[in-house]
Design a protein around this ligand. Structure first.
Ligand code: CUA
Length: 317
């Protein structure tokens, strides 16, 4: 349960501090400008009301051209700074550090499913260690959802048919509410979960006591063999009508229409469920779609398996 923790604790996550500074900085700036404008409106409407004897002639000498230019340029640079501040803090949310722990999230009407690299699965919960960046690779099995953890100032849409990602680095152990922030049907408001942040040693103990049939890549290997992927992809000689998949992740490939594509999670996902979309140059486009044969959690496992394959190797036996 929530344990009485506030939804917006300060410093629950490393980046939330920056977001808070940004929010209150912009709020303070807006309030200062509104106060200035409103008080000038009030002062001028009183001073220059009809019938008042206030002077209405030329501007005094103090409002020189230099003063006007200086004021305009200063404001320009102030807002340029605000633009840089906001965009740099927002852009840092996209790319997780290289050493991040990778956790998969599958959203569906109306629950959150998470898959750890160790093979541990959870429903409506995500356990994570403190002090370690956690990269979330997310997709949806049906409609658009949005992964929202207010304590981490983190909100990212989760879309069917592609992967979106975000990351966090939790500072304080605790249980933080997780919401769906995109209207997704009848039980949208019940699509709740919690992020349980533990000290690394506790997280290790928690992982050790979970049921673990196989790690994620191992589960993918079972699927790879049961779906018969190897009969084309591992074949040699005249039957070699499909690219071998070892070491492919992270590489550039040439497509039959002349484009180059980076083999990332989204590319592999499309290659399995919409193989016509990115036909690889030099191979016949004979692969059928596996969209009906495998669900999003299975795809996460299969892609984890493909990522684990070393170069110049077929499927693990
Ligand atoms: Cu899922 Cu709203």
């Amino acid at each position: 349960m929530r344990g009485g923790l506030p939804i917006f604790p300060v410093e629950a996550d490393a980046r939330s501090v920056v977001t808070d500074h940004l929010f209150f900085g912009l709020l303070g700036l807006s309030v200062a400008i509104i106060l200035l404008v409103v008080s000038l409106v009030v002062v001028f409407s009183v001073r220059y009301r009809r019938g008042s004897s206030a002077k209405r002639g030329e501007l005094p000498e103090i409002v020189s051209k230099e003063f006007e230019i200086g004021w305009t340029v200063a404001t320009f640079f102030l807002f340029l700074f605000v633009f840089w501040w906001v965009s740099s803090s927002q852009l840092s949310g996209f790319k997780a550090p290289a050493n991040a722990l990778e956790i998969h999230v599958v959203a569906k009407q109306w629950m959150w499913k998470t898959q750890h690299p160790s093979g541990v699965r959870e429903i409506n919960a995500l356990h994570a260690p403190t002090g370690v960046p956690v990269r979330l690779v997310m997709t949806s099995q049906d409609v658009i959802h949005s992964f929202y953890v207010p304590a981490f100032r983190m909100k990212q849409d989760v879309l069917p048919g592609r992967y979106t990602e975000t990351w966090f680095k939790a500072n304080r152990p605790g249980t933080y509410p997780l919401y769906c922030a995109e209207y997704c049907g009848t039980d949208h408001s019940q699509m709740l979960g919690e992020v349980v942040v533990m000290r690394p040693a506790d997280y290790g103990r928690w992982t050790a006591v979970q049921p673990q049939p196989n790690d994620l890549a191992g589960q993918g290997g079972v699927l790879y063999r049961s779906l018969g992927c190897g009969s084309c992809h591992d074949a040699a000689g005249p039957n070699h009508n499909a690219p071998s998949l070892g070491g492919l992740y992270g590489q550039q490939v040439m497509l039959s229409d002349g484009r180059r594509a980076l083999v990332d999670e989204t590319f592999l996902h499309q290659a399995i469920v919409q193989p016509d979309r990115n036909a690889v140059a030099g191979y016949p486009a004979t692969m059928p779609s596996y969209a009906k044969a495998i669900d999003e959690e299975g795809l996460n496992a299969l892609i984890a398996y493909l990522k684990s394959l070393p170069a110049h190797a077929g499927g693990r036996s």
